[in-house]
Ligand binder design. Structure first.
Ligand code: C5P
Length: 232
């Protein structure tokens, strides 16, 4: 895979006009964009079609989780947009329904194991008995058994998860910070180079690019780091 196609830029921006301006500033440097809550609920779902028409790939980070029938029908609708990736939370019922909903389309379902802003203490506070590593492992095994297309995980977990899920699932890692960049609210971070070496297939990067004074240069630097990483 081309190094450039392994970078997914998170368009965490308030309005479509901001996203359009960012996409045009980034130009050919970026081929893959992620649209999450903020932009999706501000007109970003229709912006998906414009990006696809412009030859870009789109990752809809909607982290679905509902009763099976609702998830399956929602995923059927998402599949018609031409998006490449869609996230769901890694609960067995939800993953199973999403895989049914996308049948016959090119959409790939990514399961979110445990959000990268959570540590063990946050999980216990939320009522879980397992810590991050045990819960991620359990959910990864369930995703593999349900033949989900990939997992969203922290780069720290990538090497271990690869052992659990095997070579066919894509590992998509947010929480990426080039050396010296601000950590923001992420608790489990890794540099682009280390994440690729740890077995990540795709890197999701938001603030280090979209909040950079020179987003294109920031994106190019990450692509170069992906290219030169061991295991790329
Ligand atoms: O700005 P930053 O690089 O931290 O953005 C990371 C992106 O990845 C955000 O859009 C965030 O919602 C998303 N994400 C995450 N952790 C997950 C799943 C998605 O940070 N487990």
């Amino acid at each position: 895979m081309d190094a450039r196609d392994r970078l997914i830029v998170a368009l965490d921006l308030p309005a479509v006009k901001d996203a359009e301006a960012m996409v045009s500033r980034l130009g050919d440097s970026v081929t893959f964009y992620k649209i999450g809550y903020q932009l999706a609920f501000a007109g970003g779902l229709s912006f998906t079609s414009a990006l696809i028409a412009a030859g870009k790939q789109v990752f809809l980070d909607l982290k679905l989780h509902d009763i099976g029938n609702t998830v399956a029908k929602g995923v059927e609708s998402v599949a018609q947009t031409g998006a490449t990736f869609l996230t769901v939370h890694a609960y067995p019922q939800t993953m199973k329904a999403a895989m049914e909903g996308k049948r016959g389309s090119k959409l790939k379902i990514l399961a979110v194991t445990v959000l990268t802003s959570y540590d063990d203490a946050d999980l216990f506070t939320a009522g879980y008995k397992l810590g991050v590593s045990a819960l991620v492992g359990q959910r990864a095994g369930q995703a593999r058994d349900l033949q989900v297309d990939g997992l969203v995980c922290s780069a720290e977990e990538a090497a271990n998860l690869r052992k659990i899920v095997g070579p066919s699932l894509s590992l998509v890692t947010p929480g990426i910070r080039p050396a010296g960049a601000a950590k923001d609210d992420q608790k489990r971070i890794m540099t682009p180079e280390k994440a690729i070496a740890a077995g990540a297939d795709y890197l999701v990067v938001g603030r280090p690019i979209v909040e950079s004074p020179d987003p294109k240069a920031a994106a190019e630097a990450i692509v170069a780091e992906i290219q030169s990483a061991k295991g790329a």
